[in-house]
Ligand binder design. Sequence first.
Ligand code: FES
Length: 239
Amino acid sequence: MNTVDVKVMRFDPEKNEQPRYDTFQIEAKKNMTVLDSLFLIVEDQDQTLSFRCACRLGMCGSCGMVINGRGRLACRTKIEHLGDSILVQPMRNLEIIKDLSVDMEKFFRSWEKVKPYFVPKEDTDEFSIIPPSSGRRELIDENQDCITCGLCFQSCETVSFRGDEFIGPAALNRAYNLIADERDGARAERLDMVTESKGAFGCRSFGACVEVCPKGIKPMVTIQKIKTKKLQKAIGLKW
Ligand code: FES
């Protein structure tokens, strides 16, 4: 067991003009996560600390934070890999509700822009099956596991620079999954929607989204695939 300093950004927009940082000392145990350390702080030192979490398993996507300068899930980040001093800040590019809790509305508004749901081509009650041998499932295999944690959105320099105007990496990744699905009746409309200036062609390929995704998704690569599909469609190729 060793002592670790956990320095946490504190900010209540209703009471504070500027954020401040509080440092808490905790006794680190093997396999303890940053989320565990925040719970310890609330239990033993400061009950007013605010943060968000639910599953504690890396599944729900609610505990995204900036930890030692990098976007991570607090429940999947072990403090033993972070040294004796840990800096915890809220996600960027989103409004702070209090301390480490941010308002995800801006992130989910970007999802709404891409029509993020399957639109059947025909009115039918039958399941539309993709045979495993068709190869069509593999097209989207590596993009499927998004947990909407917002870490890519918060790390995206284009979102920082252009704000709401840019759709953002997670929503574009979702759009690609539907565009690549030939069963979807809105894929052409969706492709046009996400290749306007606010969409895929607005990406400046900084690549932070790829670095931070806890599920190993590469939104920057997916965005390139959207651009390719748009060009294929524009010159009359199969897309
Ligand atoms: S608490 Fe659910 S992903 Fe961390």
